[in-house]
Structures are given as C-alpha cells and as structure tokens.
Design a protein around this ligand. Structure first.
Ligand code: CA
Ligand code: CA
Ligand code: CA
Ligand code: CA
Ligand code: ZN
Length: 340
C-alpha cells in the first residue's frame, strides 16, 4: 500500500527504478558535513504568507530562509547516504562532495536531496533522544531509502512494500518542505513497528496513519526548528494548492470529533481527529513524555486499529510507563475528541 500526504490519484509506477548510477569516486571518509536547508520551510520561517513557488525559482525573498546545518551520520562516501537515510535521485545530478559540503539553493535539484537526508536523519535522532534504542526498543533504526523523482503530480508517498519514501515535484517540490518529508517518514515509522512490516490495512487505521504522519511532522518540526504556528502542517508545499491563509496542508487543531466527523472516503481529513488528540496530549504532558508514550503505543495497537482501540492502547501505555495521573491526562485528551 502506498500512503501519501494529499489525496491525489496515484499514477502507475514504473517497476524499473533507475538506481542512480553513481560515479566511481573515492570515498572521503568524513561522517559529518555541511548542508543548506530550510528549517522547516520558508513560509513558517519568514512568517510570509505571500511566498509562492514561481516555478522553482530561487528568488530574493526566499534568501533569508536558507540555513547552513551540520549533516551527521554520513557514510563517508561523499554521497547523501548514512546510518539513517540514503537518498537516490532520479532527477538532476546526484549530490556528491569530496569535502561533504552540500550547499545548494532550491532551483538546484540537489537541494531537495539535502533536505531529505537532513530531515530524515533528524527525525531518527529525535526518536533516539527520546530513549528509543536505549531504554525503549528502537523505532525504524535503519537506513531509510528515499527517492526523489520527476513524477509531476503533487504528491509523495511511503511505499511499505519496498520500504522507500518517494518525493515528487508537483507545485512546490515536495521535499522543499520538511513537514512533507516528516509526514512520509511517519508512515515508515508506523510500518516498521508492525510484524510483518506494514501498517494501516483498513480505512480507519489509514486515517490514524495520516493523522499520525501529520502529528509526527508537527512534533519533529517543532523540536528541530520551532515556528510561531506549529499546528500548521506543510506551510510551504501548500501554497500551491490552498487559497486561504495561513497556508496549511492540514492543521493539528481542526476541532473535529469522533464519530460524527468520520468520513472513511477521506482518510487524510478524518485523520485530523487523531492528530489533534496527539497534539493536545503533547501540549499537556510536554513533548518528551508525550512522544515516548505515543511512539511506544505504536508497537501496541496493531496494524489495523480503530481510533477508540488505538486510544485505549495509548492510555494503557501511559499507565504502565508513567502511572495513573498521566494516564488520566491522556484519556481526557482522547475523550475530548470522542475517542475514550
Ligand atoms: Ca526545487
Ligand atoms: Ca515543482
Ligand atoms: Ca508539492
Ligand atoms: Ca509548520
Ligand atoms: Zn500520508
């Protein structure tokens, strides 16, 4: 199953993936480097709702949104591959640097490759900082395959059969917005928590998956680079398909309620019930405690939960990790959405 971040019919995918023939260059051995990225995206960073795609141009108003960051966990090959992410590009040149210096602007396809490497790595490092892989079991702690392609539709997806994230180039190139990257990585996280690999086999569990992806984007984005309106997801990608401001793909505070706002033909929209419950738990408990509970619960509620059953599993995890007072808070936040 392929899970995307917006509801656009998926085109057939070529079974033949061009594996980015890599030039035979010597490894440079360095596991850290420098990259230029958005943190998390220009609209949120600059608080400027008037920014538009302008056909992938690198125009002056965007200049203050670029940031140089340290790229970590590289494998020393001079490519954007490492412990937690490996980027293969099917468009433009594959990024390569003998000095691990990856400074590009958005009109260069290599910019999105750097974004994908940086943000997937940051997401995994955030999970580890919470204790996953230490006192808690690891979550998707492996090299995530990422492909960026010329697919023209405005859509990206996680494809669990091949354990790969793909980012397209419709409108604002999808991997120019950290929150699109993180939403898709959220799907990979949930897939990895199931045995056999793969989460979300029913429409309602799919809606939880979309809500989880949005929540994951919100919590990791706010951890790495806080911005004034953290409940707005994909502030930059969405300028291509939203007229109202602030531009958001979706929000984490939509005020929907179970079951009357459930529409299982619109799982992304319905997922806002779930994402809001998680967001309010995070607000009440703080990000560390909330995310330890929320991500641990992903191991517990199975591949195809209903929203109430996943809520019950999450409350039980809160009880066993932190006791009755914390479980009560979690239960109340789910109750506010009609889920407990
Ligand atoms: Ca671009
Ligand atoms: Ca584009
Ligand atoms: Ca897009
Ligand atoms: Ca945002
Ligand atoms: Zn999705």
């Amino acid at each position: 199953m392929r899970r995307s971040f917006i509801l656009v019919a998926a085109a057939a995918i070529s079974a033949v993936l061009v594996a980015g023939a890599l030039a035979a260059k010597p490894p440079n051995g360095s596991t850290t480097g420098i990259g230029t990225v958005f943190l998390p995206n220009p609209v949120a960073t600059l608080q400027d709702q008037s920014l538009t795609d302008q056909k992938d141009a690198d125009y002056a108003a965007l200049a203050p949104a670029y940031r140089d960051v340290t790229l970590t966990n590289l494998d020393g090959s001079g490519r954007l591959c490492g412990d937690w992410a490996c980027v293969i590009s099917e468009t433009g040149d594959p990024a390569y640097s003998s000095t691990s210096t990856f400074r590009y602007r958005r009109d260069d396809d290599r910019f999105e490759q750097v974004m994908a490497y940086y943000w997937v790595t940051q997401a995994q490092l955030y999970l580890q900082s919470l204790g996953f892989g230490r006192d808690l079991r690891p979550v998707n702690a492996e090299q995530q395959d990422i492909r960026i392609n010329t697919w023209g539709q405005d859509n990206s997806y996680s494809w669990d059969k091949h354990d790969v994230l793909r980012f397209g180039k419709g409108g604002v190139d999808d991997a120019e917005d950290a929150e699109v990257i993180l939403h898709e990585y959220g799907h990979a996280v949930q897939d990895s928590q199931q045995t056999p690999f793969g989460y979300g086999l029913t429409p309602e569990s799919g809606a939880i998956g979309e809500g989880f992806g949005d929540y994951f984007a919100g919590t990791v984005s706010a951890h790495v680079s806080p911005t004034p309106d953290p409940a707005c997801i994909a502030d930059w990608d969405s300028v291509s398909y939203t007229a109202a401001t602030p531009h958001c793909l979706r929000r984490l505070d939509a005020g929907l309620h179970y079951p009357e706002n459930v529409d299982l033909t619109r799982i992304h929209s319905t997922g806002r019930i779930w994402s809001q419950a998680l967001w309010e738990i995070r607000t009440a408990l703080g990000p560390t405690k909330a995310d330890r509970i929320i991500f641990e619960a992903g191991f517990q509620y199975g591949a195809s939960p209903t929203m109430p059953s996943a809520a019950a599993a999450t409350i039980a995890v809160a009880q066993s990790m932190y006791g009755t007072a914390t479980a009560k808070v979690v239960k109340q936040k789910f109750a506010d959405r009609g889920l407990a």
